[in-house]
Structures are given as structure tokens and as C-alpha cells.
Design a protein around this ligand. Structure first.
Ligand code: ADP
Ligand code: ZN
Length: 734
């Protein structure tokens, strides 16, 4: 059976090999052993039930608490030609009935249900007539009262499981303390040997922390290092989200806000626009992220300090699910620490207060770490980091961070704290040291102190960095409410010259772009951009997120190997038979055109030869290694000779949309059609409609059809718009 699983991995999903522990988990499930899989976000949990679900003869029920995630998976599975559906109250009557019929007729392989739906009598009745082979329980920590997200409906899932004694059960979660794990195993009859725990390390995430000294500029610089990429910026408050969103918008970034203060309609609209790559950046509170599994989020920026590692880890985990490099940056300011401590102080329950402090200190240990950041991060999950140097965090990759003897400046600073009465924050102390005539300095007569104007060797930023280090190393305590600095015993020793003070003068001011370190963009980026435009267009037309068509990694590999044949396209990561049939022709043509224009040859790709078996029955009419470009020429000349779109589609055994794409590209390349008005006639539209549509193209550009489709109130079909667009572009050509 594992052979079958491997074949599906290769031919349906288009992946080369299983990830760590996926193979063991899938094998265990296929052997009908109840299984618990604990894997970090992005670890590849879905495959652990999707593949058994495809191998088993009967039905696989997937229980998941989030409707949007279920729908996303259903879309992706159907794109892979694995029949799947969801049953819930948001479906139209017709869709609901169709799905019911599909289940009854045993056409559906995977059925996604929310726990409360699964327990409804009518659904239990329906399922009792089905051959249920497997029950997968996603987010299984919801089953345990000890978990952070207990859901009573999960407890009742036993009722469902008992109905199908021969079905195997797999529980999956990304977060589970030992207590929760025991609870899940006990409730679902899982033996210890069937528990699989993967490492929580996400090696593709670059983890960086910089001192927060000019947050907006730092944020802007970071975002600018990731042009056109999807990213999430987390802020602590709704107000913070709104303000940052407006600033970024003013600076011309493609950005939307997300927080619980927005209506649920707005929230789901903004989330959808992010998923569909209509907008690059989401600025959000922690309310954002649960319901999305967009694989190509390339960065997560923490504008404010998270309260604990659990949240921080969950949020950075939303980056780089596709395994490609992603950049995580935390802006770390002591002011934020003060704010969190202040909130903790307000807690009335002593136990909660203590716990919150412990959590904050763990987070601070990560933010202040001088060695690998993965050490405190993984320690939180009870793991020891295997390597001393992870090579993918700022501390491990940092230029030699040699510490210098800063005893004298430290003494100046501490002495100034002492002389100003241990009441002021770092900023005021620095003003005094640097001889500022700010009102606050003069008012307090601090210009008369012996420490006034003795610190011009450093600029303000450098002094700030020193102050942070004095706090971090325990020479100064920061008073929680107003941020006043106080000396500790350690400070006294340095002041008296008993102990020297060594530190880094200034940490790097901005993390640089690390995305290239793990081969994330191996491909020709010009071609990737071309492929992305078409991916987006196809996605809009099919009402899918772009990643459901091909992942970024897939496009990058296409633009690295430049496959010219179906056989070689199948060797590309993420291209299986179903995707090949649907989109192969189209992308081959784009690649081939690009190669011709730029004199590029195909690059031999021997990695995944096992996958490259174009099934005879499905391969296209002409030979599988046909040169897509010559086919394009053939199609255009047949069209010019008067053959209709429909008959061309039939002859070349492709969809009419593909024929239209060939014609569109021909026009885009600046060629003229002999009889352009034919295109208008073939659209079957009235002159009035044609005029409106052409005006809409002029207004919205012709790059994408969706805005034009929307502008015409969805009255003109995509096929018709395709035709008109070719005409429009043809008229533009000189
Ligand atoms: P999780 O549910 O654990 O958060 P997913 O199941 O959504 O993670 O998987 C994350 C990403 O990794 C998806 O884009 C998925 O297609 C990809 N993936 C999973 N397994 C493999 C594999 N063996 N090879 C390549 N990509 C994989
Ligand atoms: Zn490291």
C-alpha cells in the first residue's frame, strides 16, 4: 500500500518525497492503526489523511473546526482531481444536494465536516449507509479540556467514531502539551507507538530581532525588501493596525487591515483578497491567521512584542508553509515590555499573573538572546536545538559580533541616572549626556549636573543601544509604569570600576533580505513574473486562489528548467497528472515563447524521473514532447484561415480558452489579425455591449479580465471577454 501512497504523492500531488514523519504516519494509518500526528504548522499534516483518503476504497471523513480551511482544501483537492466536498449550512440548496448525491453514489473520497455538523442526526444517518474507511480529526487539541481551545463538540466525536468500528482514526494537531497528548490518545484509543511527534523547528524561517527605534521606517524598509511578496504585519492593538495601515497605504503599499473591530463581512473580504494575491500585505492583530493556510506568505513582521512564545511561534509559523525561505522579524522595544508588564499587573488572579510573567520572560529570553534564537524557541516546546549554529537566525549569521569594552560610557550613563535621581527614562538621560537644551532638561536644571554634555562620543541611537544592553544585563531596572531607570547592585560594581562592562555597541539596524539563502528563487525571475500573471488570471477565472493552480515553488522550477514537453513538465515539483491536463499546455506555451525570445534552452532535470510517466490515455493529441511554440503558430494560422475557435479546440483537444490564449499572445506580441472584426462577430455580443466592453478595457487595462468582468456587472462571459480583449490588443498594435 505504501507503493500506492508513493505513486499518489508523485503523480497526483507532484511531490518528490515525503517529509519527515509523513511516511511513518501514512503507513501507520494505511495499516489501520489509530494514529496521533503532532506536527508544526506548515509541517504537512493534510497529506497524512489526504493520501490514505485517496488510497482507501471507502469514504474518509475529515473533521475540522474552520469552514474557510475546509473549503480551501476542497478546492485544492478538486484541482488535483480527488473528488472531495464539504457539507455545511452555507452551501446553496443545489450545491448541498449535489454533494449529498456524490456521497451517496460513492463518488466522494474525502468529506469535510465541522464537528457539530458531523453529530447531526441526518448526517449520522447519511454516513451510516456509507463505507467509512477513515476518520481524520484535525486540530485535535480541541478535544482536550487541558488544551487552549477546548470545544465541547469535539468531546462528543466518540459518538461518530463508535458508529464505524472498522474505520481508522487519525488525530492531528500543531499544539499539544504532554497532558493534552495523553488526553487525545486516551479518548481516541491510540497506543503510544502510534504517536508521531515531529520537530517544531521550521528551518526555512529566518528569525531576526532588531531594536525598535524608528518602527515605521524599519517596517517600511523591511517591506521594501520583499517587493510583490505576501506578508503579514502583526500589531498589538486595533488602533495600531489602523494607523500603520493608513501610513503604509499613503506610502503606496498594497495593504489591508484586519482586526476584530471590523465587520465579519469586511474581515472575510480582506482575508480573501490576501489569499488571492489581490493585496500583498495584511496588517493585523492576532485575530488574523487562524482560517488561512496560504502557503506562500514570505514574511511576518512583529511590529510589537508578542506576549508569549506560543503566540509568536504560531504567527511566524504562517510564513513559508511551502517550505521556501521566509523572513520573520521582530521589532523589540523595551517600551512594549513595559506595556505588557503593566497589563499583567492589572490581572486580579495571582496564578494567572505569575504564569503571564513566566511567559513574558520566555519571550524576552528569545528577544534578548545573544546566541541562536532557536534555542529558547524550541526549549519552549521541550526540544533541544540540535545544532549550536542554525545558520538561519540573526545571531547565527551575524557578522562577527565582537563585544567592545564599554566600561567608560557605561559609567557615564549610570552616573547620569544616579545624578538625575533614578526617575527618568533613557531618552532623557541621553539628552543630558549629549548636552541638549530641551525644555525638560532645563526645567529640571539638569544642565547644571557634572554629567551634562559629557557624552558626545556617541549619537543618540548608539546611546539607546547601550541603555538597552544595560537593562538586558541587569545593571538597570526599568520601572514598569513610566519607564524610569533605577540602578542595581551590578551597576554599583561597574560604577566603582570593580567590574568592566563589555557589550555590542550597536546591533544591526535592519535585517537584510534573507530569502535567497535557502534556494527560494532559483528561477529566471522575468519568466516567473510572466507565469504569475497568467496564474493570477486563470485563478480569477476559475474562482480559485493562485496557489491552488501552481505554487511559487512550481513556477520557480519551471523558470529554472524551462521544460518544453509534457514529460518534462511532469518532473517539476507540484505538477501531477491533473494539473498537467488542465494547465500544462498553457504554461508550456508561455515557457516556450519566452525561451524562443531569449534564446534559452531547456535545462536537463534528472531529479524526479520516476514521476515522469505521461499516461498514454490522457496525453494530448500530438506527441507528448510537441513544441508548444510551433503549435501556437499552427493554431494562429488555422484561425486566420477561417477555422472557428470551437473546431480548433476540438482538433487540438484543448479547451477553447487555451485557443484564445494562443491568439491573445499572438496579438500581444504585436502581430495584426487580418480580419479583426471576426473576433467581435464571434463574441455574439451586440454593438452596444461591445462598445461598453472595449471602453472597460481602456479604463481597466487588459492585463486582467476580472476587473472588466466586474465593471460590466458580470453580464459578459469570460469567453466573450477573451475574444474582445484580443480585438482590443490587436487595435493597439501598430
Ligand atoms: P499543515 O496542515 O501541517 O499546517 P499543510 O498540510 O497545509 O500543513 O502543508 C503545508 C504545505 O506543504 C502545503 O503547501 C503542502 O502542499 C506542502 N507539502 C506537504 N507535504 C509535502 C511534501 N512531502 N513535499 C512537498 N510539499 C509538501
Ligand atoms: Zn540560530
Amino acid at each position: 500500500m505504501m507503493n500506492q501512497a508513493n505513486t499518489i504523492l508523485n503523480n497526483v500531488f507532484g511531490f518528490e518525497q515525503f517529509r519527515e514523519s509523513q511516511e511513518a504516519i501514512i503507513s501507520n494509518v494505511l495499516h489501520k492503526q489509530n494514529t496521533l500526528a503532532i506536527m508544526p504548522t506548515g509541517g504537512g499534516k493534510s497529506l497524512c489523511y489526504q493520501i490514505p483518503g485517496t488510497v482507501f476504497d471507502g469514504l474518509t471523513i475529515v473533521i475540522s473546526p474552520l469552514i474557510s480551511l475546509m473549503q480551501d482544501q476542497v478546492r485544492q483537492l478538486n484541482e488535483l482531481a480527488i473528488p472531495s466536498c464539504v457539507l455545511n449550512s452555507s452551501l446553496s440548496d443545489i450545491d448541498y444536494q449535489n454533494n449529498l448525491d456524490g456521497i451517496k453514489q460513492q463518488q466522494i473520497k474525502l468529506l469535510f465536516l465541522a464537528p457539530e455538523t458531523a453529530l447531526q442526526t441526518n448526517i449520522l444517518d447519511l454516513l451510516s449507509n456509507c463505507d467509512v474507511a477513515c476518520i481524520a480529526i484535525d486540530e485535535a487539541h480541541c478535544i482536550s479540556e487541558w488544551g487552549h481551545d477546548f470545544r465541547p463538540e469535539y468531546r462528543q466525536l466518540n459518538r461518530l467514531i463508535e458508529c464505524f468500528p472498522t474505520a481508522v482514526c487519525i488525530a492531528l494537531t500543531a499544539t499539544a502539551t504532554p497532558r493534552v497528548r495523553e488526553d487525545i490518545k486516551r479518548q481516541l484509543n491510540i497506543v503510544d507507538t502510534s504517536e508521531f511527534i515531529s520537530s517544531f523547528d521550521r528551518p526555512n524561517l529566518f528569525i531576526g530581532v532588531i531594536p525598535k527605534d524608528n518602527p515605521y521606517l524599519q517596517c517600511k524598509k523591511f517591506v521594501e525588501q520583499h517587493p510583490e511578496q505576501s506578508g503579514i504585519i502583526y500589531c498589538q492593538s486595533r488602533k495600531g493596525v489602523d494607523e500603520l495601515t493608513s501610513k503604509l497605504k499613503l506610502d503606496g503599499f498594497s495593504v489591508l487591515p484586519y482586526h476584530a473591530g471590523l465587520s465579519s463581512i469586511k474581515r472575510s473580504e480582506y482575508q480573501e483578497r490576501f489569499i488571492r494575491d489581490d493585496v500583498n500585505i495584511i496588517v493585523a492583530t492576532i485575530a488574523f491567521g487562524m482560517g488561512i493556510n496560504k502557503p506562500d506568505v514570505r514574511y511576518v513582521l512583529h511590529y510589537d512584542l508578542p506576549k508569549n512564545i506560543e503566540g509568536y511561534y504560531q504567527q511566524i509559523g504562517r510564513a513559508g508553509r511551502d517550505g521556501l525561505a521566509a523572513d520573520c522579524l521582530l521589532l523589540f522595544g523595551y517600551g512594549d515590555t513595559g506595556k505588557i508588564r503593566f497589563f499583567i499587573e492589572q490581572m486580579s488572579n495571582e496564578q494567572e499573573k505569575r504564569l503571564a510573567n513566566v511567559h513574558l520572560n520566555q519571550m524576552l529570553a528569545l528577544a534578548e538572546a545573544e546566541d541562536c534564537r532557536r534555542t529558547p524557541l524550541l526549549a519552549y516546546f521541550g526540544e533541544r536545538s540540535v545544532k549550536e549554529n542554525c545558520a538561519n537566525c540573526d545571531n547565527c549569521t551575524g557578522e562577527s559580533k565582537e563585544k567592545s569594552d564599554l566600561t567608560v560610557p557605561a559609567q557615564k550613563f549610570l552616573s547620569c541616572v544616579h545624578r538625575t535621581g533614578q526617575r527618568f527614562g533613557a531618552s532623557h538621560i541621553i539628552d543630558v549626556l549629549r548636552g541638549s537644551s530641551a525644555e525638560k532638561v532645563l526645567q529640571n536644571q539638569h544642565n547644571l549636573l557634572s554629567t551634562y554634555n559629557i557624552g558626545n562620543e556617541f549619537n543618540k541611537k548608539q546611546w539607546m543601544a547601550l541603555a538597552r544592553q544595560l537593562i538586558q544585563k541587569g545593571l538597570l531596572n526599568q520601572e514598569e509604569q513610566f519607564g524610569g531607570l533605577k540602578l542595581t547592585q551590578k551597576a554599583a560594581d561597574v560604577l566603582k570600576g570593580k567590574v568592566p562592562f563589555f557589550a555590542l555597541l550597536q546591533q544591526p539596524v535592519a535585517a537584510s533580505c534573507h530569502a535567497s539563502k535557502i534556494q527560494s528563487n532559483p528561477g529566471d525571475q522575468k519568466l516567473v513574473a510572466i507565469l504569475k500573471v497568467d496564474r493570477k488570471r486563470l485563478a480569477d477565472e476559475a474562482n480559485l486562489p493562485p496557489y491552488a493552480i501552481f505554487s511559487d515553488r512550481t513556477l520557480n522550477e519551471m523558470a529554472y528548467y524551462f521544460p518544453h514537453s509534457q514529460e518534462n513538465l511532469l518532473r517539476i515539483h507540484g505538477v501531477g497528472q491533473a494539473k498537467l491536463d488542465k494547465y500544462g499546455e498553457h504554461f508550456l506555451a508561455l515557457i516556450s515563447d519566452y525561451c524562443q525570445q531569449n534564446n534559452i534552452d531547456e535545462v536537463a532535470n534528472t531529479q524526479t524521473a520516476s514521476k515522469a510517466t505521461v499516461s498514454k490515455s490522457k496525453s494530448k493529441s500530438s506527441s507528448s514532447s510537441s513544441n508548444a511554440s510551433s503549435r501556437s503558430a499552427e493554431i494562429v494560422s488555422a484561425y486566420q484561415a477561417g477555422q472557428s475557435i470551437g473546431s480548433l479546440a476540438e482538433q487540438f483537444k484543448v479547451k477553447s480558452g487555451t485557443i484564445l490564449n494562443h491568439l491573445y499572445r499572438y496579438a500581444q506580441d504585436g502581430h495584426k489579425f487580418a480580419q479583426p472584426t471576426l473576433l467581435l462577430e464571434q463574441s455574439g455580443l451586440s454593438q452596444g455591449q461591445i462598445d461598453l466592453a472595449l471602453a472597460a478595457f481602456a479604463e481597466h487595462s487588459h492585463e486582467r479580465l476580472k476587473p472588466v468582468y466586474d465593471a460590466l456587472n458580470e453580464k459578459v462571459s469570460y469567453d466573450q471577454l477573451h475574444l474582445l480583449r484580443i480585438y482590443f490588443v490587436n487595435q493597439l498594435a501598430e
